[in-house]
Every structure is written in structure tokens, then in C-alpha cells.
Design a binder for this molecule. Structure first.
Ligand code: FAD
Length: 481
């Protein structure tokens, strides 16, 4: 037994934040990370001199201290970017977040009429409440009217989740956009405030060489301290417990096994995997609950292009159900350092289930599927493509179906009975957290150990005013995810 040691599973934003906080207070920690680099979903990949995040990652937080924290880590490598993002719908680009006025003026007249009609009918319906809001579809249709919801939200959301919107919990949208004010949308569209100060709606912070820099930098600081260890390409194979405590974690790097008997265990690995590793196994109802929790996966096609720019947008949404992918990002529009001066690149995101046809598709198949739309939209032609690469993430999105909450609570309540265990992060808590909240859960878990005090880790990410007002409309893709 090594009571002073805190073992951390996963070196993504949550795990590294826990390690950072412990290190700041001179508490020894060891990290076990299955990848060959840190950062998890928030890491930056390098392909032949071109950089890209695994998916576009914009840092945003209501927690201003996190900005100061990252600025302290990155200094002048934490740059400000003027935001420009769009939708591509039926052959045309539209501003994102939705500008209602632009949509009404530029869409076909018949469509604009239907948008306005449905919107007004839904508003009028609010005077006679009664229709229950059970699903995500109920929520957005009642907020925006059927036609607008269909065009910009429902198709895209179904692509992300692979489920009909009637089977998705409204928690997803309420967790992300609690302060959505339809009144504000109308006011912004038709009576915009003059000289509105620039806010994080219009610009955002980003590390000059990709989001992963933040976590690389944290890793440097943690591993510089004697006694701390980072075990890459390693994963737990058994988590032994008894008397409501985790007693031993057996890990492997594929060849060699090594054991830890930590005073505390902090885990950010998918909670579904964690449960399977427990020895002895949890009761049957807990295993069944854990096995019914699902994650949506992410397949990203990265193409390098023989031209200096594809567009001036950071990212573009493709909500049409007929388009196989959901979003296209141009990393160079986030930071010039992401691509050589005379070249650019695009990251094309497909949402899928682990092991399905998209997950298994060959890179050239994915390129074939993407090219007609890239060509039609003017982003890239076949002859401009130099090389292409595919990156896959199995645990991208915890799926918020209509039953997820009770099921996840069953599992988390059981794991809560282990006194020296803390669950953190997005997959670790099965919670739709962004980077800032993942970091907060890691920091809070570390503090709860250092101060021997309980913090409510579930609370991170549920503050009322999470997103800045005005930026909220149609952020159903969850914090720009
Ligand atoms: C496409 C996409 C776009 C996104 N965009 C944004 C955005 O714009 N802004 C934002 O704030 N957030 C965004 N996010 C969310 C952000 O990526 C996550 O909130 C954040 O990375 C969660 O951090 P984490 O440490 O909890 O989990 P992860 O990033 O998943 O890290 C978990 C770590 O645990 C490791 N691990 C997993 N299993 C094991 C195992 N068995 N053994 C050992 N190690 C293991 C993983 O390799 C990983 O390093 C986006 C996510 C996606 C998928």
C-alpha cells in the first residue's frame, strides 16, 4: 500500500487537471494513459507537417479563472481568433449562429413563410401550455417551430447521435443552452444593438499550435516533478476492491504488467470500461446498467490541399440529412501555424457507432463520400487533394437517450460507495462535458483528496449561465462540438 500516491486513469483534460492540482500541492501522482500522447479527445494531431485537433476544439468557459490558468501556461501562444462560422444548407452558406433575418431573407420565399408561420404558431401555443416536453425534438420544435428546427437542428442532431430526435433526452440541450431566449434571437435579428461590444461570441482564445498544447504543457509541468510518473501506452487490466475501497490496480503496457496500491484512485476512463475491470465484479444490476450506457463514435477524415485557403470559416455545419458528414473545419483559420503558408487542410467529421459501416470504411471511401459536397460547395476539388488520413475515436459522445440519466445514476451511485475513488471527466462521469468542465472535475477531485472534503463533481457543467448569451442559438451541437 502506498497511501500518499494518487493514481489517475486517463491523461486527458480531466486527468491532467487532477494531476496538476495535486502536483501544485506536492502530492505525488501516477498517470496511466492508453494513448501514446496526452490530451484525450482534446489533443492535436500532426500529419506530415499539418496540425489538426481530433475535432474542432474551441475553449469557452464561464469560469474566468480557467482563462488565467491557461494564459499562465501558454503565455503569448494563447492567441485570440476572430470567429467566423457558417451553415451550408441547400447549396448556400448562412451565418452561424443562426441569423434569423438572414435566413428569412435568403431562403426560398415558401420556406421563409413556413419558418415564420411555425415559429409564430409555437409562440402562440405557449399561451396554452400543456404539451409535454419529453424529447429533444419536443424541446426544439416548441422553441423554434418545426420548419426552422428541421432545417438547422434536427438533421444535424440525428447525424451526431444516430438516433431520432424523439429518442434523445432534452437534457442535452438544456444542459448546454439553459439561457436561450427566443426574445433575444428576434431582437438580435431585427433590432440589433448598435456598437455591441465584441465578446467571446465574436472571438475566442486558441493555442497557436492546436488545442492539445494546453495539455502538453500541463504534462510537462506534472512530469517535471520527481516522484510523479506518466505511463503512456498503458491501461488498467484489473481494479481490485474490498471494504468499500479500491485496494489495487493492475496495469499493463501490452508486454509488462505493473501494480499500484494507491491511497486514492481518480478515473477519467469510460465508466462503462471501469465497471468491467472491477474485481470482484459488481452486482448484476450494476453491470446491466453499465452495459446499457452507449457512446457515439467519431471518424474524422483529414485532407491536405494544394492551395493556400479553402474558405475563411473556422468551421461549417452541414445539417442536410443527405450529406454523409456533419461538419468541416479548416484548422488554418484557427491559427496560421496549423498548415504551411501555401497549403491548407480540412477536417471532415462523420459521426458513427463503433464498428459500423462508417467506422470501418476505408479512407478512400470516406473521401469519395465527401468529395461531391466539397466540390459543390467550392471548398475543395479532387485535384487539389494532396493526401488524406483518418482518425477514429470510439468514446466521443455519451449518448443521452431517454433513459440515460437513471441508468448512469445507478452506476455512479454504486461507484460512489468506494471511499477512495473519484470519477471525473466526460466519459468517466458519463456527462456531456466540455473541456472546461472536464478540467473542473479533475481539479475538484484533487481538492477533495487534498482537503479531505466532498465536492459535488456532478455540479461542474450545470451552472445556469454556462454559455454566453447571444451565442446560444442552435448550439445543440453542444459547445460547438
Ligand atoms: C468532435 C468533438 C469536438 C469537441 N469540441 C469541443 C469544443 O469545441 N470545446 C470544448 O470545450 N470541448 C469540446 N469537446 C469535448 C472535449 O473533447 C472533452 O470535454 C474533453 O476532452 C474531456 O476530457 P476528459 O479528460 O474528460 O476525457 P478525454 O478527453 O476523453 O480523455 C480521457 C483520457 O483517458 C484515456 N483512456 C480512455 N480509456 C482508457 C483506458 N482504458 N486506460 C487508460 N487510459 C484510457 C484516453 O486515451 C484519454 O486520453 C469536443 C469533443 C468532440 C468529440
Amino acid at each position: 500500500m502506498d497511501p500518499d500516491l494518487v493514481l489517475i486513469l486517463g491523461a486527458g483534460p480531466a486527468g491532467l487537471s487532477a494531476a496538476f492540482e495535486l502536483t501544485r500541492k506536492d502530492r505525488r501522482c501516477a498517470l496511466v494513459e492508453k494513448n501514446s500522447s496526452v490530451g484525450g479527445l482534446s489533443r492535436t494531431l500532426c500529419y506530415d507537417g499539418f496540425l489538426t485537433d481530433t475535432g474542432p476544439h474551441r475553449f469557452f468557459s464561464q469560469n474566468s479563472s480557467l482563462y488565467g490558468f491557461i494564459a499562465g501556461l501558454l503565455g503569448d501562444r494563447w492567441i485570440q481568433v476572430e470567429r467566423l462560422t457558417r451553415f451550408y444548407i441547400n447549396g448556400r452558406f448562412y451565418l452561424y449562429p443562426v441569423d434569423l433575418k438572414e435566413i428569412l431573407l435568403r431562403m426560398e420565399r415558401g420556406v421563409s413563410f413556413k419558418i415564420a408561420r411555425d415559429f409564430i404558431l409555437e409562440r402562440a401555443g405557449k399561451l396554452f401550455p400543456g404539451r409535454p416536453v419529453i424529447s429533444f425534438e419536443d424541446k426544439v420544435v416548441s422553441d423554434f417551430g418545426r420548419t426552422l428546427a428541421e432545417i438547422v437542428m434536427l438533421g444535424y442532431t440525428e447525424k451526431i447521435w444516430g438516433l431520432p430526435c424523439s429518442g434523445i433526452s432534452p437534457d442535452w440541450i438544456t444542459q448546454r443552452i439553459k439561457n436561450l431566449s427566443v426574445q433575444e434571437i428576434i431582437q438580435n435579428a431585427f433590432f440589433p444593438r448598435k456598437n455591441r461590444p465584441k465578446t467571446l461570441v465574436d472571438r475566442f482564445f486558441y493555442p497557436d499550435r492546436g488545442i492539445g498544447r494546453i495539455f502538453e504543457e500541463m504534462k510537462e509541468r506534472v512530469t517535471a516533478v520527481d516522484g510523479n510518473t506518466l505511463n503512456l501506452n498503458s491501461y488498467p487490466v484489473k481494479i481490485a476492491h474490498g471494504n468499500n475501497r479500491i485496494s489495487e490496480v493492475l496495469a499493463s503496457n501490452g508486454g509488462r504488467s505493473f501494480a499500484f496500491e494507491p491511497g486514492y484512485l481518480i478515473s477519467s476512463i469510460p465508466v462503462t470500461e471501469f465497471v468491467e475491470l472491477l474485481d470482484p465484479h459488481p452486482p448484476g444490476d450494476i453491470l446491466r446498467a453499465a452495459r446499457s450506457l452507449r457512446f457515439r463514435s467519431h471518424t474524422a477524415l483529414f485532407i491536405t490541399l494544394d492551395k493556400p485557403r479553402a474558405s475563411n470559416n473556422q468551421w461549417i455545419y452541414f445539417p442536410d440529412r443527405g450529406v454523409a458528414f456533419g461538419r468541416v473545419t479548416e484548422p488554418k483559420n484557427w491559427s496560421a501555424a496549423m498548415a504551411p503558408a501555401d497549403k491548407t487542410s480540412l477536417l471532415i467529421e462523420f459521426f458513427c457507432w463503433h464498428g459500423d459501416e462508417v467506422w470501418n470504411a476505408a479512407p478512400e471511401d470516406l473521401l469519395e463520400r465527401a468529395l461531391p459536397v466539397l466540390e459543390k460547395s467550392g471548398l475543395a476539388g479532387k485535384k487539389e487533394v494532396m493526401r488524406y488520413y483518418v482518425h477514429r475515436e470510439k468514446y466521443a459522445y455519451p449518448v443521452y437517450d431517454l433513459h440515460y440519466k437513471r441508468t448512469a445514476e445507478t452506476v455512479k451511485n454504486y461507484l460512489g460507495s468506494f471511499k477512495n475513488l473519484r470519477l471525473i471527466g466526460r466519459s468517466g462521469r458519463f456527462r456531456y462535458n466540455n473541456m472546461d468542465h472536464a478540467m473542473e472535475t479533475g481539479m475538484l477531485a484533487a481538492r477533495s483528496i487534498l482537503e479531505d472534503k466532498q465536492y459535488d463533481l456532478e455540479e461542474a457543467g450545470s451552472e445556469q449561465a454556462y454559455f454566453e448569451r447571444g451565442d446560444v442559438f442552435l448550439r445543440q451541437e453542444a459547445g460547438d462540438e
